[in-house]
Design a protein around this ligand. Structure first.
Ligand SMILES: [Zn+2]
Length: 467
């Protein structure tokens, strides 16, 4: 019964796919014996990346990443490279780290003096040590002391600090442009073919003092994605879910919703939806903005974060009810959904996809032992699940491979096989915001890449005797 319902169980594998599957399952069993998946992500990350299974999943076409925060997706190594750009000043004091690009010393507040990063590097006795420190400050990692005992609020505090430092680096237009392009490149290299990002629009600046209006940032993403697609025509693009903070006052939220409706009319192809972001337990609930959100419901689609909590019966838990009542197309995280059997049925009936981000839940201390993640139940029930990575840049995860690996190995059943992975990739296209034409095109690309993947694995393992 369990296996008949579960995600992927209806997929039929070809003979050649069965060959790949046997190799995949062999490698999965090796990892189940050798990779300590009961520990914290930071503790098995390197181990996992050396495994054959990881390499196979990395090579596999994974469809789309549908839950990624656009300002937190670039790998720390690439962020560090951006700090080599000229005119970059740094304000570094204890836990405070901010950047600003300027021809002269910035007039912005800083508890110590602003310094040119270039000067620091020139005078530093050990540049790689300085770079290591910078990279650590732009990442959440083992050095931040996050582990299985970490408190969720403490994790979010560290996360907020890291996020502020990253944001200060990418508010400068030329850097943001490079940032977007490189992020798309990394997605593409990770065999992700399409992305929907959540971003809060903010004014980007130029060296000559020009400050662009907020809409400029949306157009910039759209233009860079077009440029990327000219070079890589099989990449299906980037779309935007406008996402202001859930901490805003009612008045400011009304303004944001109005802005989103206008933006949607200005860039109807690029802007596909609206969401509220930030620590759900520490912000305002959907209920508090109900009149505003009800009013705008027909002008823009909703993709709400909801139920990213361990607390039952709180307003965050109940965001799930309001998200569904407001007609959300997908639900971000939905960890608490497991506690609401009636809502699970509604989600199933209304075909609302659940966007699961296992590593984010681990790093932000929501799920201590990842093997107990509610995703296991959602998979068994055959819910419309999509896997994504939330803020992969912040913890140095690959755009999608790490999350696929952890979900497949640590959370899914030992019996779940290639059919699950294929179904998850298919789901990510099916539940995307692309129109029917876009989905059809992406499915065609996916099928082609899937065949290539199957052929490469068969060749590499020299498995094909009869084909
Ligand atoms: Zn998120």
């Amino acid at each position: 019964m369990d296996t008949q319902l579960s995600v992927g169980s209806k997929q039929l594998l070809s003979y050649r796919e069965e060959l790949v599957n046997s190799q995949l399952m062999f490698s999965k069993n090796v990892d189940l014996d050798n990779v300590p998946l009961y520990r914290h992500y930071f503790q098995y990350k390197d181990n996992m990346r050396r495994s054959r299974l990881y390499q196979m999943i990395r090579r596999m076409p994974k469809g789309a990443a549908l839950h990624v925060h656009g300002s937190l997706m670039l790998d720390p190594e690439d962020l560090l490279k951006l700090t080599y750009e000229e005119y970059l000043y740094i304000c570094l004091h204890l836990s405070h780290l901010k950047f600003y690009f300027s021809r002269t010393t910035p007039k912005k507040p800083c508890p110590v003096a602003w310094k040119l990063v270039e000067d620091i590097r020139m005078n530093h006795s050990n540049v790689s040590e300085f770079d290591r420190m910078l990279k650590e400050r732009l990442t959440l990692g083992p050095e931040d002391g996050l582990n299985l005992d970490s408190d969720e609020n403490e994790a979010w505090k560290l996360f907020g600090r890291t996020m502020a430092s990253i944001l200060s680096l990418i508010e400068y237009r030329p850097i943001r442009e490079k940032y977007i392009y490189k992020s798309l490149q990394n997605l593409y290299d990770d065999n992700v073919m399409y992305v929907e990002i959540r971003i809060n629009l903010f004014p980007l600046y130029e060296l000559n003092g020009t400050v662009h209006d907020r809409m400029y940032m949306a157009s910039l993403h759209n233009n860079v994605a077009r440029k990327f697609m000219e070079v890589n025509p099989d990449f299906a693009g980037l779309k935007i879910i406008l996402s202001p903070s859930r901490k805003l006052s009612t008045e400011d939220m009304q303004y944001e919703v109005n802005q989103a409706l206008t933006a949607k009319q200005t860039l109807p192809d690029a802007i596909v939806g609206f969401d509220l972001v930030g620590h759900e337990d520490g912000g305002r609930s959907l209920k508090e903005f109900l009149p505003i959100l009800l009013q705008a419901k027909n002008g823009i689609d909703y993709y709400f974060h909801a139920g990213e909590t361990n607390q039952h019966g709180t307003s965050t838990d109940e965001n799930l009810f309001d998200a569904i009542l407001l007609g959300t197309k997908r639900i971000g995280h939905a960890n608490a959904l497991i506690k609401h059997p009636v809502l699970i049925k509604t989600v199933h009936r209304n075909d609302i996809a659940v966007e699961v981000n296992v590593i984010s839940n681990s790093v932000l201390s929501l799920v201590k032992d990842i093997r107990s993640h509610p995703l296991a139940t959602y998979l068994s029930l055959g819910l419309p699940v999509v896997l994504s990575s939330d803020d992969p840049g912040v913890w140095g995860a690959r755009p999608l491979t790490d999350d696929f690996y952890v979900a497949f190995t640590a959370v899914a059943s030992k019996h779940h096989d290639l059919r699950l992975l294929k179904q998850l990739a298919i789901n990510s296209i099916r539940y995307s915001a692309l129109d029917d034409r876009g989905k059809k095109k992406l499915f065609r690309t996916f099928e082609k890449k899937w065949l290539e993947f199957v052929n490469v694995v068969i060749e590499e393992y020299d498995m094909c005797e009869f084909c």
